[in-house]
Every structure is written in C-alpha cells, then in structure tokens.
Design a binder for this molecule. Sequence first.
Ligand code: HEM
Ligand SMILES: N[C@@H](CC(=O)c1ccccc1NC=O)C(=O)O
Length: 275
Amino acid sequence: MTDPRADGAETDFAARMSYGDYLSLDRLLDAQRPLTDAPDEMLFIIQHQTSELWMKLMLTELDAARRALARDRTGEVFKMLARVSRIMEQLNNAWDVLRTMTPSDYTTFRARLGQSSGFQSLQYRLIEFALGNRNRAMMAAHAHDPAATAALETELARLSLYQEVLSFAARRGMAVPEALIAAPAEAPHAPDERVTALWAQVYRDTARHWTLYEMAEKLVDLEDYFRRWRFNHVTTVERVIGFKRGTGGTAGVAYLKKMLATELFPELWHVRTQL
Ligand code: HEM
Ligand SMILES: N[C@@H](CC(=O)c1ccccc1NC=O)C(=O)O
C-alpha cells in the first residue's frame, strides 16, 4: 500500500498552512444552504456560486485590462482579454450541467426562491457596465444595498472597456469623435458611423494597424462568447420554465430574448458588411 509519507508528503498541519486553510474551504463549503431537500437545489446553488466566482475573476481582469490599456500596454491587455473570453467559455460549458435539471426537478423548489433572481446579480451588472452596456434603470434592484449601489456608481464613473479601446485608437492617430471618449458613458454605446469608418480603415490595412486589428478581434471574440452565454441562458430558461414569468418579475423568456439584441461593440459587427 502506498504511504505518501514515504514519498515525503508533509502530514503535520497543526502549525502549518494547509490546502484548506489557504483556500478558506471551511467558509466556502459552508456556504451551500438549500432551503428544501430537493436533490437539484444543491446543483442550482453550486451552479450559481461557481458562476459568481468566475465573474469575480472576470471583473478583476476587466479592471486590470482597462488600466493596462490606459498605459498603452497592449500585450498585457491581449492576454487579459483572452482570459476573459476563456472564462466566458467556461460559463458557457457550465450550462450543460444545469440542463440536466428538468422542469419537474426545478418546480419542487422554485417557489422557495421567492422574488430572487439572477437579474439581481451585482457582479453580472458590473460586467455589463464595464463592457459598456450601461443603464441606470438596472441599478434599481440594488437601491436597498448602499455598498452595491456605490460599486455600480464607481463603475459608471470609469470609462468602459470600449471607451478605453477608442481612446487608445485616438492616441494611435485614428479619428475618434471626442464626445465618445471625453467622459464615462452613462448609456449603452450607440452605433456611430465615424467609428465604423475607423474600424474599416483598420481591417482594410491590417499590416499598418496590426495592434488595433488584434484589439478589434479580441473584442469580437469577447462579445461572441457573451452572446453565446445569453443564448444558452434563454434556451435553458425556456427548457426549464417555458414562458412563465421570472421570479425577478420580468416576462421571463420574452425579456431575455430582448436582451439577445444587445450589441456591446456595435461598429465591430457593422464594419463586416463593408469589408
Ligand atoms: C434553471 C435555471 C435558470 C432559470 C430558470 C433562470 C431564469 C431567469 C429569468 C426568468 C430571468 C429574467 C429575470 C426574472 O424575471 O427573473 C433571468 C435573468 C438572469 N439570470 Fe437566470 N435563470 C437560470 C439560471 C441562471 C444562471 C445559472 C445564471 C448565472 C449566474 C443566471 C443569471 C441570470 C442573470 C445575470 C440574469 C439577468 C439578465 C439580464 O438582465 O440581462 N441565471 N434568469
Ligand atoms: N429567475 C428564475 C429564478 C432563478 O433562476 C434564480 C433565482 C435565484 C438565484 C438565481 C437565479 N438564477 C438566475 O436567474 C426563475 O424565474 O425561475
């Protein structure tokens, strides 16, 4: 029989930091508190908690990416944006686990969720705001929580990722309308033909604009993965609750379908028609 001590494994953690200590596993694994004994409620909780953990990392990366971008450190930015896309992909793959929950499984505990809903996810809203999909109306569900409201306000006081990219493009000599980058956006970025023209220049002469070309493709990647997340979500929702109203109070699938039309970086999609 194997005795890992023979291989030198340390076993005395009375006074040393162990795996569980480092990862705060006592707290982490004590945070799953189902309200019913429905077997699928544990799946539902863990699915959301792991999503929130990945969202936490996305926010860290989006913060660092914007700070690096403001200092023209594009190599670092590319690495961070690639990581954000990979995290999105991770979240996309996670739907496969949740899809094993049928309507019969979910209805055994859905009523106990009350009015709570992913619509109230602070980190999700911060990600949307960081990427540029900004809308103060989405803050209403956090009005009861001063810390959450402050975090959203802090985010709204920053340039969005797309604004940072456009500022970078301006520093590279591209004609970016000043009004688009002069102050942090308060509303979703509205498509602007002058910006489409700018990206057309980049895509038509990639050798000359290689860094901006790479930047553009990183953003398209990110939005592509985000769109897949929205699509997986709405499809899972229809599969599990059909066309019932959401616990958060919206129409449910109809609301989520409306959100599918969101364009984070519109000109990067519109430019493709012209190429
Ligand atoms: C069976 C599983 C799920 C169902 C039935 C479901 C259902 C819904 C519904 C109906 C809405 C619309 C708001 C409302 O009225 O409640 C919503 C929004 C939302 N859900 Fe889910 N959801 C599920 C899983 C998830 C998961 C795993 C996440 C990941 C964190 C998530 C995150 C969100 C977010 C962020 C919103 C707000 C979207 C926006 O405002 O654009 N949901 N969900
Ligand atoms: N909105 C969902 C409930 C729901 O999915 C949910 C509830 C509490 C915590 C997270 C949730 N996930 C995503 O919306 C529903 O209407 O069934």
